[in-house]
Design a protein around this ligand. Structure first.
Ligand SMILES: NC(=O)c1ccc[n+]([C@@H]2O[C@H](COP(=O)([O-])OP(=O)(O)OC[C@H]3O[C@@H](n4cnc5c(N)ncnc54)[C@H](OP(=O)(O)O)[C@@H]3O)[C@@H](O)[C@H]2O)c1
Length: 344
């Protein structure tokens, strides 16, 4: 596999962001795009394939997209409620899959998707690009090596105000709307990467009239007794900051969603809380450059895995995706958010 041919399934907002970064990744080529509307696929291909030879193919159905022999891997960019059906379509056509987050609506669907990938002997990765981000990876590796001391408390918040009609995927329960599934998954993932798998998680939420969580606050206990507090919001503008306090100082990520670096501020020995006791902050950057908006690094990881013949990525292993999905099922039960698929 010299150059990996990508097929983009759906032409919504994130599909455009991914296509822009895909153009920056060596060894990745936009082979085709599929949409429910041919005109939308054509406009997408013209915008992101300008100057490319051969030009990306444009299809007016997802079925035609997955049947294209030039497509090695299908990137599923539909609303979460449709991920399982569209991943299945791709696997049955013999394609590998990068599927947007959350992988599915619930644990049962996620396990089914992983089983389908195994059954068809294809690569599957959730598009959890944060786990592929060079800064996040560096901080997680340094934490594991004990460079910053022992983690005690992690805090992260992610939110932006959603102004959309009720039928939009951000608010429509039938398409899997949920602040937890859409945004809370990021702080939960970073907590998992920095602290390990949660031992206990709790949630409170404010629900919409349609019964989905617009705002959610989470608390968790992690291995070694480290604690986490996390929020996700669709009604307000959160800071997007994350901070991890350890017994030796504090690591700050000003924008953990799109970090350029982390800063570790060590404190002097002896437990002094005095500002003067702080030593010079240490900036932590990734081992490799951030590609585009950061989605490029996850695309590069998929390219690397496919060339190596892997069926899952060590950066976003199936077990991690499934563990996070199990956590979100449990948290949704606590706040009383259910989807039709939960009863099937
Ligand atoms: N990784 C990230 O940073 C990130 C950011 C945002 C979203 N996401 C995830 O990506 C997925 C898509 O999010 P988005 O913001 O791109 O959504 P979006 O703008 O609403 O686009 C979704 C696309 O899915 C297709 N689709 C097929 N059936 C549909 C239906 N019944 N209703 C609505 N759309 C349908 C449409 O494409 P066609 O008309 O072309 O068929 C539509 O444009 C979600 O799972 C979300 O969680 C990830």
């Amino acid at each position: 596999m010299d150059e990996i041919g990508w097929g983009i399934l759906a032409t919504g907002k994130i599909a455009h962001s991914i296509a822009a970064d895909l153009a920056l990744v060596p060894g990745a080529r936009l082979a085709a795009v599929g949409s429910r509307r041919l005109a939308s696929a054509e406009a997408f291909a013209a915008r992101h394939g300008a100057g490319q030879h051969p030009a990306p193919a444009a299809y007016g159905s997802y079925e035609e997209l997955v049947a294209d022999p030039a497509v090695d891997v299908v990137y599923v960019a539909t609303p979460h409620a449709l991920h399982l059906d569209h991943a299945r379509l791709a696997f049955e056509a013999g394609k590998h899959v990068l599927c947007e987050k959350p992988l599915t609506l619930n644990l049962a669907e996620a396990e089914e998707m992983v089983a389908l990938a195994r059954q068809h002997d294809r690569f599957l990765m959730e598009a959890m690009w944060t786990a592929c981000h060079p800064v996040v990876r560096r901080v997680a590796a340094d934490l594991r090596a004990g460079r910053f001391g022992t983690p005690r408390h992690f805090h992260a918040e992610l939110g932006f105000r959603v102004d959309a009609p009720a039928e939009d995927r951000m608010l429509n329960p039938e398409l899997g709307a949920s602040a937890l599934l859409d945004m809370g998954i990021y702080p939960l993932t970073v907590a998992h990467l920095f602290l390990g798998e949660a031992e206990e998680l709790h949630a409170v939420a404010s629900l919409s009239e349609g019964g989905i969580d617009l705002d959610v606050a989470l608390t968790g206990r992690y291995p070694g007794g480290a604690l986490a507090t996390m929020t996700a919001s669709m009604t307000s503008w959160s800071s997007r900051a994350a901070a991890l306090a350890t017994d030796r100082g504090r690591i700050d990520l000003d924008d953990f969603h799109h970090p350029t670096r982390a800063t570790f501020t060590p404190y002097a020995e002896g437990g002094s809380n005095d500002v003067d006791a702080r030593r010079e902050p240490v900036h932590v950057v990734g081992d490799e450059p951030v590609i585009g908006r950061g989605y490029g690094n996850e695309i590069a990881e998929v390219v690397r895995c496919l060339r190596a013949g892997l069926r899952e990525s060590p950066l976003v292993p199936h077990a991690q995706t499934v563990a996070l999905m199990r956590q979100m099922d449990d948290l949704r039960a606590q706040i009383g958010v259910r989807y039709a698929v939960d009863d099937s």
